[in-house]
Design a protein around this ligand. Structure first.
Ligand code: ZN
Length: 156
């Protein structure tokens, strides 16, 4: 299976707004499979298409509860309660920071069959959803983080 090289901070594609997916076809399914492979190869918990140079609203996440593939995801509700947590990004290796994120979000998206579904995320999943959806709008965690610092091995 193909995997991509991950675009690193400084690559202008990371700052662009991704376009909605208009056609769920074999090409898109191949993109999702390769994105998942790339995420697992890099030991990440999430990856957004702009991170592999594709400006489409597509995200893969796996926080240890199985692979989630999200097409045209949108946050429809988010809890006002925010919590500070450590975050890093495959496009900024070796760097972590503390970011306030909603503790709970509900996201609406389409799956590879073109079926709409909703997912409710709490804790790490809520954080990953917010982080990855930010990528689709060219927003990086360093824009929101405090106390940016080199990653320690126990935080990776
Ligand atoms: Zn990221």
């Amino acid at each position: 299976m193909d995997s991509f090289s991950i675009r690193l901070y400084g690559d202008p594609v990371l700052r662009k707004k991704a376009e909605p997916v208009t056609k769920i076809d074999a090409t898109l399914r191949r993109l999702l499979r390769s994105m998942a492979q790339t995420m697992y190869d890099a030991d990440g918990v999430g990856l957004a298409a702009p991170q592999v140079g594709v400006l489409q609203r597509v995200v893969v996440i796996d926080v240890g509860e199985g692979l989630l593939e999200l097409i045209n995801p949108e946050i429809i509700t988010s809890e006002d309660d925010k919590e500070l947590g450590v975050e890093g990004c495959l496009s900024l290796p070796g760097l972590v920071g503390d970011v306030y994120r909603s503790q709970k979000v509900t996201v609406r998206a389409f799956n590879v069959q073109g079926k709409e579904f909703k997912i409710e995320g709490e804790g790490l999943l809520a954080r990953a959803l917010q982080h990855e959806l930010d990528h689709l709008d060219g927003v990086l965690f360093i824009d929101k983080a405090q106390n940016l610092r080199p990653a320690q091995s126990q935080e990776e």
